[in-house]
Design a protein around this ligand. Sequence first.
Ligand SMILES: *Cc1c(COP(=O)(O)O)cnc(C)c1O
Length: 466
Amino acid sequence: MILNSKKEWVLPPYKIKAIEPIYTLCREERLKAIQHSHYNTFLLSSSDVTMDLLTDSGTSAMSDYQWAGLMMGDEAYAGSCNFDHLEEAVRDVFGYHYIVPTHQGRGAEHILSKILIHPGDIIPGNMYFTTTKLHQELAGGTFSDVIIDEAHDSLSEHPFKGNVDLQKCEALVQKVTAKKIPYVNLQACVNMAGGQPFSLENLRALREFTHRHRIKIILDATRVVENAHFIKVREKGYESWPIVSLVREICSLTDGCFMSAKKDALVNIGGFLAMNDEAFFTEAKALVVIYEGLHTYGGLAGRDLEAMARGLYEATCDDRFVAHRIQQVEEFGRKLMQRDIPIVKPIGGHAIFIDAKRFSPHLSQDLFPAQALAAEIYIESGIRTMERGIVSSGRDSKTGKNIYPKLELVRLTIPRRVYTQEHFEYATHVIHEVYLRRREIKGLQMTFEPKQLRFFQAHFQPIPCC
Ligand SMILES: *Cc1c(COP(=O)(O)O)cnc(C)c1O
């Protein structure tokens, strides 16, 4: 039973038309599967997974209207009508004038970073995101964290933990000068902080600050719909605003955006870069043909562009979709809290984050407690989760030393419109079972480490006696 804060029923605003079977391995088979996958949940076969909470990226269930759009794919190499539909959707929903499609979010990050960042530049952001930061570094820039301190504290109940700390921005400008700062990278519903939103009040203050210093704001719009929902329910004065108006208001306070459409735009693949500045657009078009494809398809089929256009409208023009999604995530988190499972609060938009430092205090961060817990949850239940801690943080690009993030988390990411309440009841039960025997969880050692984005492909093995 899901009730919102006004104690009203929140029903799924959809019913199921097509289903996909789930298979379940027995415990011994799961143990073999995780050993074979070197204790890295990214290396498991999805056919060995009972409930897949690895990511909400590209895992949404599309609507019948989106599927119908796939049949309307205009697969012309140039000037596909589906591109026109996408351009219209981005103009309507986001309000930016120009759009360059890319195969997914990182394709847009690549082009954006190459155009706006010069070697030696500093890019402030409200916490890092893995691929975003890497593209900034590959372009010769350095990321600087300007999120408020509360975001790094898993116990803080601040309603807008995604807010930017303007004093940190001011100090950065004093230190490196505004000339070295091409833009502030503003992420909606900050992923690594636990899906935490920024407020419109904070964005307005940031806009004023950046205007004063002639610095751009580039929005990471990947989860802007979820951020808009949190503004609607948590920030005074916006209760009656439609989601689409809030999304437009956010975008109007920025200079452009990039988006992984695999999240809030409800599609399995796709992304784009959007802006109002014509010179920026011209440069982006020049690069997209090199790295992605012609500027009217950007590495996607016409049918994918159509599904994305329809997904953008669907996600923003029927407020019930995002409201139900967030309530589903919140209800799952509440159930876990009732069983004393330590999770990041307040519960964020797209996922529940278990605090592995508090779940397994017997493991030091060198023993990869979140990675170990993700493996243990899989062995117990067949549920696939992922690490967001020391493995994901990687190494300092200058010193080569491990970065020790304050947050050592296991992410249980909820795909949109995919699982039902029964699945979450199962997940709550089995995670509690792991919690009861938490002291048995062994630490891991890394036996293979990729140079970049190591969490995707690293190998681990249990340390027998710790
Ligand atoms: C997923 C994601 C990206 C990158 O997008 P991809 O489609 O995975 O390449 C960028 N920023 C955020 C916040 C994301 O969650």
